[in-house]
Design a protein around this ligand. Structure first.
Ligand SMILES: Nc1nc2c(ncn2[C@@H]2O[C@H](COP(=O)(O)OP(=O)(O)O)[C@@H](O)[C@H]2O)c(=O)[nH]1
Ligand SMILES: [Mg+2]
Length: 347
């Protein structure tokens, strides 16, 4: 039976060659599909509508995050309980939809995120490594281990979305949603999905700019989160809508400068947090509650953050040695050692 309480939303940009198969595949499982056509220069809108989707046109390209937010608003207006987001480029198999729906029925409050991490060999190596590092820091900010933080195939309960105030755009929004969901105390649950990296999958992801934007957001979020946790007793969840970080996020000019400021100061600040963790705890019981409950102390977090400085030279060394024919791999053991799953022992 097709679900009537859930609709599929697809942010799309220049996806004329793939969106038809995504829409027809998904229509087997739900009756409503909404595509946001984000100023495409090709026939995305026409193809999507012929395949049976409702199309919301956006006149100039404003990125995935903006389109997702519009799609959430539309689904809320139409009275849906939850939406499943899918990529328009056929990297998500529509036959995984029932997994999301079944999990949602068991855990209606939870954010459900597709995970491809069980199929490591199918993910390009560089991509996998950056996904592994990103998930370490995003999991820290979200107070729980998230298997695959970079996957766009997700089920969002709209009751949860209504509680978040989102300030970022493009590829950052999906990271922002994970962090704010987790840091307000909700659960993020993985479902395994098929991993598809085909030759036809042209990415719009700009490695330097988009990774920078995501990293900038995560660092600035942790900077503020730890500032709050350091002086608070028993407070692992720090997100409330329209808090200080959101106030900054709403002001583009200030936000850009704030992110640069947190980037430049994060390493000295880590020393400050480290001292706070050990010294202030005599006066403020269970400060840094989100870190304490992992039972590993502050050192692993401290080292992992500092090791970011070693990653780039190590990556370059790895690549250069392989270019001259030496089959080395320093990166994998390094990443395993410094970016572990700190949450596995949590009860
Ligand atoms: N609305 C909108 N969606 C986008 C844009 N860029 C990417 N997307 C969506 O996000 C999905 C993932 O983007 P993609 O570039 O394939 O990133 P990758 O799969 O991580 O390499 C695409 O399939 C689109 O559905 C954009 O500029 N606007
Ligand atoms: Mg893609």
């Amino acid at each position: 039976m097709k679900s009537e309480k859930i609709c599929i939303v697809i942010p799309a940009y220049n996806a004329g060659s793939t969106v038809h198969q995504v829409v027809t595949g998904a229509l087997k499982h739900v009756s409503k599909i909404i595509v946001a056509d984000d100023g495409s220069e090709d026939n995305t809108a026409e193809v999507a509508s012929q395949a049976g989707a409702e199309v919301i046109p956006i006149d100039r390209n404003q990125g995935k995050g903006h389109a997702l937010k519009l799609l959430f608003e539309k689904a809320i207006e139409d009275g849906y309980e939850a939406v499943i987001s899918m990529d328009a480029d056929a990297q998500h198999d529509p036959d995984d939809i029932p997994n999301f729906i079944n999990t949602h029925e068991k855990y209606p409050e939870d954010l459900i995120v597709g995970s491809r991490m069980h199929e490591k060999d199918k993910i390009p190596r560089g991509r996998y490594n950056s996904m592994h590092i990103a998930r370490f820091f995003i999991s820290l900010a979200a107070n729980q281990f998230i298997e695959d933080t970079q996957c766009g195939y997700r089920l969002y309960p709209l009751s949860l979305i209504k509680k978040l105030h989102l300030t970022s755009d493009r590829y950052v929004t999906e990271t922002e949603i994970l962090i704010k969901t987790g840091d307000s105390g909700a659960t993020i649950r993985p479902v395994r999905i098929s991993t598809i990296y085909g030759e036809t999958n042209v990415s719009h992801f700009r490695p330097l700019l988009d990774i920078d934007a995501i990293t900038g957001y995560v660092i600035s979020y942790l900077w503020v989160k730890w500032l709050i946790e350091g002086v608070s007793s028993n407070r692992p969840y720090t997100y409330t809508p329209h808090n200080f970080r959101d106030w900054v996020g709403d002001r583009k000019f200030i936000n850009g400068r704030f992110m640069v400021f947190t980037w430049l100061t994060i390493f000295p600040m880590l020393i400050f947090y480290f001292l706070e963790y050990h010294l202030l705890s005599f006066f403020i019981k269970n400060n840094f509650a989100s870190i304490r409950r992992m039972n590993r102390g502050f050192l692993p977090v401290f080292f992992s953050a500092y090791m970011l400085l070693v990653l780039l030279p190590l990556g370059i060394l790895d690549l250069s040695l392989r270019t001259i024919g030496l089959n080395v791999n320093f990166m994998d053991p390094f990443i395993k050692m410094f970016y572990p799953d700190l949450w596995e022992q949590e009860d």
